[in-house]
Ligand binder design. Sequence first.
Ligand SMILES: Nc1nc2c(ncn2[C@@H]2O[C@H](COP(=O)(O)OP(=O)(O)O)[C@@H](O)[C@H]2O)c(=O)[nH]1
Ligand SMILES: [Mg+2]
Length: 366
Amino acid sequence: MASVCSGIIGLPNVGKSTLFNVLTRGKAQIANFPFSTISPNIGTVSIPDNRLESLARIINASIITPAVVQFTDVAGLVKGAHQGEGLGNEFLSRIRGIDVLAEVVRCFQEEKVVHCEGNIDPVRDIQIINLELLLADLEIVERKLAKVTQSVISKSKKDKEKLDILEKVKANLEKENSLRDIPFTEKERCELVKEGFLSFKPLLYIANIDEDDLTSPSLLLQRLREYALTEGMEVIEICAQLELELEDLSQEERIEFLKELKIREAGIDRLIKEVYRKLNLITFFTVSGGKEAKAWPVKRGITASQAAGKVHSDMEKGFIKSEIIPVSELLRIGSMKQAKEKGKVRIEGKDYLVKDGDVIHFRFSS
Ligand SMILES: Nc1nc2c(ncn2[C@@H]2O[C@H](COP(=O)(O)OP(=O)(O)O)[C@@H](O)[C@H]2O)c(=O)[nH]1
Ligand SMILES: [Mg+2]
C-alpha cells in the first residue's frame, strides 16, 4: 500500500467532518511533519515516529518522509441508504478501496444539533450503520452471483471456487452476520478483500463525546462501551469539537490543557495508533543516498522481496538481497558506516520476514 486508507463513516450530524478537520488540520498529531489535503474530503495525516526523526538526524537527511494514513470524509449514511441508487453508488465507490472504516458515533448531547433519528442513542446508531453496510454487501453479492453463475456453465475450477465463496457470503449476510465476524479461510479472505465487501473491512468505533464525559461518562456512553465489549470492539473516545478548538493553542498550551482535562494523549493520536494495530501494520525504513529517510507502512508478515516491491516494482523483480539493521541498533551505534564495520548489518534473502523497525537497503539488478 502506498498509504493506508481510512474512511470516516456514520450517520449525518455525528461529527464526521469535525473529526476530519481535526485530523487534517490539527497540529498535535502532525508535529513537524508535513500534511496535505488532496481534495476537500480526502486528507493525509503523517504518522508521528520518533525513530524516523532520529534516523534522519544521524544520516543527515534533508528529506523526511513519514508513513501516512489517508482519511476520507465519506458522505453520511442514513437508514435505507443501500437502496438509494444515487447516494448508494457514490458511497460504495468511495468506500470500496478503503482499508479500514472509522465509524463515528454521536454521544455528545448538544440539543441544537439535530439527530436524524430524533434522539441520541449510540448503540442504535451503530446497529443502523452496520446493517446498512451488510445490506449493501448483500446487494453486491447477489449481483456478482448472477454473473458468476452464468460463467460457471463453462465450469472452470476457479469460477466454481468463487461461486462457493459468494454463496457462503450470501448465506451469512442473509442471517445478518457481518462478514468480519465469520471465520473464513485465508484464500477466502483474499477474495473478500479483493471484492471490497464493506462488512468485511476492519472497523473502529469512535465515540464523539462531550467534555463532561471525560470526568463522568453519560449513561449513553456507558451503554456504548458495554455494547462494544459484547462485540469484542474497542471504543476510541474523542471530543471532536474540543480538539478542533485546541488547534488554536500553542503546543505547550495544548499539552497543559489536555493534562487539566486528564487526557493523556490526544484522541487523534490514539486513533492513528489503533488504525495501525487494526490493520496489523509495521513500519520499515529506507535511507537513500544520505538524503532521505523514509518510513513505509506494510502488513506484518511481508517478505523482503515484497517490501522491495513497495519501494519500486523493479526492485522486487530484480531482487538480489537486502542489507538490514534494526533502527534501534543503528541509532545506538550512531552511523551506518560504523554499523557496517562492526558487522551489524545483516544480509537477508528474499524470504526474510520484515520486522518492525528494520532499516533496509535493497540490492537488485535492473
Ligand atoms: N457539542 C458538540 N457539537 C459537535 C461535536 N462535533 C460536532 N458537533 C457539531 O455538530 C454539527 C455537525 O457536525 P459535522 O462534523 O458537520 O457532522 P457530520 O454531518 O457527521 O459531518 C456541527 O454543528 C458541529 O459543530 C461535539 O463533539 N460536540
Ligand atoms: Mg459532514
